[in-house]
Design a protein around this ligand. Structure first.
Ligand code: G3P
Length: 238
């Protein structure tokens, strides 16, 4: 599984987001590897309408509805068909309490019943299906938070902030940390890794280290030819 995080790179503004999501779809279709565009809230609807399929958001807040100006509601996202969300990306850190609140309010049966009663079955179901990836930027953070995240997210991701956007992949600089995090995480929750991943070899190495997915951004978004860059990268997953 490969996520392409659009971030707020200028290449993703406006029609750029649609073009890049189309690239993701085409390469996924040609290679058979699932590739998920992770878009900004401003582009979600446009990309969903134009390209369809599984699209994630880069962030949502733990405020679900009500008098909360400017926050990004998971319920509103679920109503639009957002398939998943990244929480606590190294570039968008959240207090652990907010992540716990997010997971509780979307996954605890008592909350699910409450949403169902108040907002109807369909929306409650969409919220229940919304996938959540929680990122760690260090192995210490992974260790500290692990026992406190209950209900569990669908994915964990490890992205050391200092390697993001750089030329040294996490798979080379922090291979031992990836192995360690994979060891301490519950087996039932898959791990994705990201930061500095640029080549098919980096992707292959991530797999060898126990990752079930990679999260990539600049290698594709900033490439002269994003389709070619993504196609080459995906070879490491086939
Ligand atoms: O979420 C993925 C991202 O932070 C990695 O960025 O540019 O190093 O691939 P990049």
């Amino acid at each position: 599984m490969i996520w392409i995080n659009f971030k707020i790179y200028r290449e993703t503004f406006g029609d750029g987001a649609v073009r890049l999501a189309e690239v993701c779809r085409r390469v996924a279709k040609k290679t058979g590897v699932p590739i998920v565009p992770v878009v900004s809230a401003l582009d979600f609807w446009r990309v969903k309408e134009a390209v369809g399929g599984e699209i994630w958001m880069q962030h949502l807040d733990a405020y679900f509805e009500g008098a909360k100006t400017g926050w990004q509601s998971p319920l509103a996202a679920a109503s639009l068909g957002v398939a998943g969300v990244i929480l606590n990306h190294a570039e968008h850190q959240l207090p652990p309490g907010q992540i716990r609140q997010f997971l509780a309010s979307s996954r605890r049966p008592a909350w699910q019943k409450k949403w169902q009663r108040q907002l109807g079955k369909r929306l409650a179901k969409n919220l229940e299906k919304l996938k959540v990836m929680v990122c760690f930027r260090t192995k210490g953070q992974a260790r500290r938070w692990l026992g406190r995240l209950d209900p569990r997210p669908d994915w964990f991701a490890y992205e050391p902030w200092e390697l993001i956007g750089g030329s040294v992949p996490v798979t080379k600089a922090n291979a031992a940390a990836i192995r360690h995090i994979r060891e301490i995480l519950p087996k039932s929750v898959p791990l994705a890794v990201g930061a500095g991943i640029k080549t098919a070899a980096d992707v292959r190495r991530a797999r060898q280290l126990g990752a079930a997915g990679v999260v990539v951004s600049s290698a594709v978004i900033k490439a002269k030819d994003p389709e070619r860059a993504l196609f080459n990268l995906v070879k490491g997953w086939q």
